[in-house]
Every structure is written in structure tokens, then in C-alpha cells.
Design a protein. Sequence first.
Length: 150
Amino acid sequence: MRSTANQGNPLRRAMVFAPAAIGAIYLFGRTVEPKPEFNVKEVLLEEARVLIAAGALVVDVRERAAYETRHIAGAVLAPVASLAKAIPSSLAAARTLPIVVYCGDGATLGPKGTHLLNTAGFTGAVNLKPGIQGWASAGFPIERGPGKLA
């Protein structure tokens, strides 16, 4: 006769089924790549607003469609894929300026874009940690439609 003492215990079920699930994921090649971590400076909304008010360049590193849906007012578009290939010549003059980089959530493309810029000598580039989502949720100015390309 089987014991039913642990059948309703979720921790016990997880301990029994987790190794099998991990094995199945491994066998079928569906492993999830760990997200790379970039050692970049991050700023929150108020610090970003101060930087922008003082003349910082704002760079959106998402794709064009996301940028045209909404972007921080005055932001230039420089998708991460483009930055990974080469830094646009139009950004060269901003090498010594403060730059606020952002993506949708502040954790996906923004850190990578900031890292690419920092590596290329843009030491004043920082990542907006809450991204455009946090910026818009706070009621800060956004624009829609085509804007400036870097």
C-alpha cells in the first residue's frame, strides 16, 4: 500500500519531479541561456531627469517599431544590434557627454547598449534602470512616431 502522507506536499512533489523536468529540458535542447550581466552604472528616474535636464543625450536601444510606438522625448534611436556592429558616426560628438540609455524594461537591452557604448569610450553612458515602462508610468514626457536616428 502506498503512503499518501507526502502526496499533497508541493515541496515533496517538486523534489521528485524537478530532476526529471530538468533532464527532459537538457535532453531536448531547450535549455535557457543565462542572461549576460553587464557591469554598467544604472540610474533611477529622478537622476535620469536631472541628467536630461542638464543636456544628457538620450539613446533608445530598442528596435524601430518599439521606438515609434513610444520613446522618451528627444531620444535618438540606436538599436543594440546596430551598436554591436559599429557605433554610428552621429554619436561620435557625444563621446564626452552624459548619455542616458534605455530599453523597454531597463534590464534587457539597456545594460547591453550601455556596455557597448562604455566599451567604445562613451564613459558617461548610464542605463535607465526602469526603462521606458517606468518612465511612462511615472508620467514623464514621451513621444510617438518616427524620431531621430543616431
